[in-house]
Design a protein around this ligand. Structure first.
Ligand code: SF4
Length: 448
């Protein structure tokens, strides 16, 4: 059977997810504490920034997960971590302008809910001590339902939690056993009810397709159970099997993984159900109920993309705290030392714990915005964008035209406006706008 070139590209391609441009695999040690010191000091007075706190601990290490996290059975590392955050946060704050707005705060990980209520209160006090009451901030957190209780939900409510993200993956016990993560649907349901009772207005579920033993009837059953809880948002991600990067994934039975064609069928089946249930598709993999903030932002062309995926947060600067946290500044990206010990040593020595990053030139800033708009809106006016950046549009237009001629059906290019013909093709199209992407050499996850 011969495949259409676009379908072959979709099945075979390994392309970045473009949560940043350039992707994090291009970060280098050329960006260190001195650069970040300069970038922090250059923020305009009264600027709006968002904050990210990375909690790099989990009680159990799920086999499928490629997150930067470490298992801990005891609580001592959590206190050491908080002791060092108590140094890192003021060290960053003192480099920033005095007057600053905080538009969003996100707790990610790892498992933020591994922190006890007292520790969550301590973290809240540190952040408020540095950044004020943060009353305007949209507060969100990743929640592990198996590591959460009413007291933690109360502490998160005191922090002002308005949006929660819960990893579901799949409710089928056989699939859960094969990915090393058991999480009964009832436990998830109890936490969702607890969050909503405390004022969380948006609950997101992450659903994965492409997991071992996953079948179409199985994923549809998971969706039925999920939809009974009426999540406000659903992120439908393809499982990325990258055991050369995430060693835990070696425990996943590879022969039980669906093939490329089966992955496409699983994703298509899930998408069909979500659309039929009234969810609005946003970008490559998000679905939101009409009226939910992400759906509203999508309608207005105001969705942004950052390291947590799609967001309604519009701040240009995102400051990350904790090991491996990535910050975004107007001029580039900076990542903290990934290993907790290295991060702690730098912080204790009074040094900004930046290990690597990327400083963008003007042409790269244009490409970054073109890719972000494409990934968020499904279309981008390359010529208008280039004019706004004071940059020539030839390079982007040439790359866009080439992708359309090489992959018929991927989209259109008319009067400088590149439009993808489906959300399915956004990663492929974004990769072709990226001048450094080499389709056959990058070891990224599959585009499907
Ligand atoms: S899925 Fe969540 S709980 Fe499991 S290892 Fe990853 S971050 Fe930790």
């Amino acid at each position: 059977m011969t495949h259409h070139p676009l379908r072959t590209a979709l099945l075979d391609s390994r392309v970045p997810r473009y949560t940043s441009y350039p992707p994090a695999n291009r970060f280098s040690a050329s960006v260190g504490p001195e650069t970040v010191d300069r970038w922090l000091g250059a923020l305009p007075d009264r600027d709006e920034v968002s904050l990210y706190v990375h909690v790099p601990f989990c009680r159990r290490l799920c086999w499928f997960c490629a997150c930067r996290t470490q298992g801990t059975r005891t609580d001592a590392p959590l206190d050491r971590y908080l002791d060092h955050l108590a140094m890192e946060i003021p060290a960053v704050r003192e480099r920033l302008p005095e007057r600053l707005g905080i538009s969003a705060l996100h707790l990610g990980g790892g498992t933020p809910t591994l922190l006890s209520p007292e520790r969550l209160d301590r973290l809240a006090a540190m952040l408020r001590g540095a950044f004020g009451a943060m009353e305007e901030a949209a507060v969100s957190a990743e929640i592990d339902p198996c590591e959460c209780d009413d007291a933690r939900l109360d502490a998160l409510a005191r922090l002002g939690l308005s949006r929660a993200s819960i990893g579901v993956q799949d409710f089928d016990p056989k699939v859960q056993a094969a990915i090393g993560r058991e999480q009964p649907a009832d436990v998830t349901r109890t936490v969702v009810e607890g969050l909503r009772a405390r004022g969380t207005t948006s609950v997101n579920f992450d659903l994965l397709y492409g997991l071992p033993y996953q079948t179409e009837p199985g994923i549809l059953a998971t969706l039925r159970t999920m939809l009974e809880m009426r999540p406000d948002r659903i992120a439908l991600y393809g499982y990325a099997h990258v055991p050369w990067m995430a060693r835990r994934q070696r425990l996943i039975p590879e022969d039980a993984l669906p093939g490329a064609e089966e992955r496409l069928a699983l994703a298509a089946a899930a998408r069909e159900v979500l659309t039929a249930e009234g969810y609005i598709a946003v970008g490559i993999d998000h679905y939101a109920l009409p009226g939910e903030a992400l759906a509203v932002a999508a309608e207005r062309g105001e969705v942004r993309r950052n390291f947590q995926g799609y967001t309604t947060d519009r701040a240009e600067t995102l400051i990350g705290f904790g090991p491996s946290a990535i910050s975004r500044y107007r001029d580039g990206y900076a990542q903290n030392a990934p290993a907790t010990g290295d991060w702690q040593r730098a912080v204790a020595a009074g040094i900004l714990p930046t290990a690597r990053g990327y400083a963008m030139d003007d042409a790269e800033k244009l490409t970054a915005e073109a890719i972000e708009r494409l990934m968020c809106d499904g279309r981008v006016d390359l010529s208008t964008l280039a004019a706004r950046h004071g940059q020539p549009d030839e390079g982007l237009l040439r790359r866009a035209a080439r992708s359309i001629s090489e992959l018929p059906g991927i989209g259109t290019l008319e009067k400088g406006v590149l439009t993808a013909s489906s959300g399915l093709y956004l990663r492929l199209l974004a990769a072709r706008l990226d001048p450094s992407f080499a389709p056959d050499t990058g070891r990224f996850s599959m585009a499907s």
